[in-house]
Design a binder for this molecule. Sequence first.
Ligand SMILES: [Fe+2]
Ligand SMILES: [Fe+2]
Length: 149
Amino acid sequence: MRVDPRLSGYLSRALDHEMAAVQQYMSQALLCDMWGMSDAARQMQHEVEEELEHAQRIMRFMLARGLIPARTQLPPVRPGRSLQDMLLIDRELEIEAIHLYDEAARYSQRIRDQEALHLFAQLLQEEQQHLASLDGWLQELARQGVANG
Ligand SMILES: [Fe+2]
Ligand SMILES: [Fe+2]
């Protein structure tokens, strides 16, 4: 089956994003654990699992279309020096994903590829939820900061 070249580009970028997100959240989970912040470590580990599941979903789609996942380079991790710093960095990552999936979903709609549209629209919605949960977490930290200060 011939795959639309621009669609296959979006799939590759999507896989890059998800693998980078796994590496990022995994590093942060380990750092939180080293800093003795076990609740934050657990929450970061939960993000690792969600992003890993996204990567699997994209790979399954690629393989079903005869595309071989072959990403070889990931951007360096930006670990952050405090929990708040980490969450601000992660916000940027999620916003990039939202832009990517929004564009990919609109393109899929334009070429009338319903399966690709479903994949990207679902991912878009889940990344929007990730962003909302990061924002909730940041607000909670800010409240605690006020309470402690
Ligand atoms: Fe993701
Ligand atoms: Fe995400």
